[in-house]
Design a protein around this ligand. Structure first.
Ligand SMILES: Nc1nc2c(ncn2[C@@H]2O[C@H](COP(=O)(O)OP(=O)(O)O)[C@@H](O)[C@H]2O)c(=O)[nH]1
Ligand SMILES: [Mg+2]
Length: 445
């Protein structure tokens, strides 16, 4: 037997014990696992797919959507663990509270690179990889109504922030209709515009498939921007899609309704108590789990997968002026400047920024003017000349034409004029701009 075969056998043995429920030690040397090298290669493919900050792009925004309890938050933790070389961590809050989904506040929570990614570049510095922002979306009903479509539209176009409750948006939609809600939410700055959607569902054949929500997502995602949709089925540890016919049928139906080709789909088991009662993955990873989800991530992150019409936005120019009334909570829901990317909405005039810009502009003009209109002769020199002239004139009773009236008696005006001119220019440049922008900005918001 060759040394390579021996090595592979050893790795197989270790990997078996790594995923076994009973014998796994808390600290397992993952580097000897047979899936370890694959994991590293897949991470590299993902990193290459998204590129680095130097590309000038913004990070992708990836929305995770699906009914309550299917494992969305667990999936996020599994994705985050798959990019780690050390251990699983609870970054997204998961658990059985989804059972009271209707009671708890339903909202969006985003996870940016700094919350989940610990890999470093040379010299232990940030590796500059444009790791995506993930958005955990909760509280979506299994329906394909106009209200749900509009709600999804608002989320996908980045009009809803994580600080506001989905219920509030729904209230606005039901009280004031879609026009009222559009006029309230679609005039905001863009927050996180969605570039990829991962629809999550469990393989459990006893739970009804959220067919209506899937259709709703497919419709809205295709409608304007053409956002790529991916499918993930969870709980593969419990429901065997290789042998159980009902599970197979469910999987097929899921992919059909989502219009999801095989390379955009995966079935996985998440890091959860069912696969390890003692949750020893808190100390070391299970690379087999990581590889399953990373394979899909290479597709999600791929530079060849694009939003079809990235700059397209809904056109609401012909809508009525009706607008939802502001809720009491809207005090802290004022439009938040976009975290990344260029804002597309026309209401993005930012008064403090413009003020700073014009202040800098005016200071520069002031400096240029200072040097441009500076008299060739210095004030001290003129003072000395005039003092000498006064002395000579008093001593010899002689005058020099023009020196007295045109220079010495008006020397104060000569130097004061520069200051006056500079001040006037500053005033003329800055004040109308401020007034104009103030009224323009307030009339837009
Ligand atoms: N057996 C098993 N349980 C899972 C899996 N994924 C999630 N769960 C469990 O399902 C429950 C709900 O998960 P959670 O991530 O909170 O679902 P969410 O409401 O969609 O965010 C939790 O108790 C998880 O431990 C999985 O792949 N296998
Ligand atoms: Mg959740």
């Amino acid at each position: 037997m060759s040394a390579h075969d021996e090595d592979t056998r050893q790795k197989d043995k270790e990997s078996e014990s790594a995923s076994s429920d009973i014998d796994r030690e808390p600290y397992v040397d993952n580097t000897k696992d047979r899936y370890w090298d694959d994991k590293q290669k897949l991470i590299k493919t993902c990193q290459d797919g998204v590129g680095t900050i130097s590309s000038g792009k913004r990070p992708l925004n990836i929305a995770i959507i699906g009914p309550p309890g299917v494992g969305k938050s667990s999936l996020l933790n599994t994705i985050f663990a798959s990019f780690s070389d050390n251990s699983w961590n609870q970054v997204a809050n998961y658990g059985s509270f989804y059972k009271m989904d209707k009671q708890i506040s339903q909202r969006l929570i985003s996870y940016k690179k700094d919350r989940y990614y610990t890999r470093k570049g040379p010299n232990n510095k940030d590796d500059d990889v444009l790791m995506p922002t993930f958005i955990d979306m909760m509280g979506f009903e299994d329906s394909n109504t106009a209200v749900n479509r509009e709600l999804l539209n608002m989320v996908f176009f980045g009009r809803i922030t994580e600080y506001e409750k989905i219920n509030e948006v729904l209230r606005c939609l039901s009280d004031d209709g879609t026009n009222g809600a559009k006029n309230k939410y679609h005039t905001r700055n863009e927050y996180l515009v969605v570039d990829r959607i991962i629809f999550v569902c469990s393989l459990d054949p006893d739970v009804p498939l959220p067919i209506n929500l899937m259709e709703c997502v497919t419709e809205v995602s295709n409608d304007i921007r053409g956002i790529p949709v991916f499918g993930v089925m969870t709980k593969a540890d419990k429901f065997d899609a290789e042998r159980n016919v009902r599970v197979q049928e469910r999987e097929q139906k899921f992919r059909d309704h989502l219009g999801c080709p095989m390379e955009r789909f995966t079935r996985i088991k998440n890091y959860c108590v069912d696969i390890d009662q003692k949750t020893r993955y808190r100390f070391s990873l299970i690379p087999e789990i990581d590889v399953a989800i990373l394979e899909l991530m290479t597709q999600v992150f791929s530079r060849f997968v694009e939003v079809e019409n990235p700059d397209a936005r809904p056109n609401y120019s012909d809508q009525t002026k009706k607008k939802c009334k502001e809720s009491e909570e809207d005090d802290f829901q004022v439009p938040i400047p976009p975290r990344n990317g260029t804002p597309k909405s026309s209401s993005c005039i930012n008064f403090p920024k413009i003020f700073i810009l014009f202040t800098i502009q005016v200071l520069l003009i002031g400096v240029i003017l200072h040097f441009a209109i500076k008299p060739i002769i210095a004030e001290e020199k003129v003072n000395t000349i005039c003092a000498n002239y006064d002395f000579i004139r008093s001593k010899h009773n002689a005058t020099i034409d023009g020196l007295s009236e045109e220079l010495c008696e008006h020397k104060v005006d000569i130097f004061k004029r520069k200051i006056l001119l500079g001040g006037a220019l500053v005033f003329v440049t800055i004040v109308p701009q401020i007034v104009f922008n103030f009224f323009f900005a307030t009339s837009k918001t």
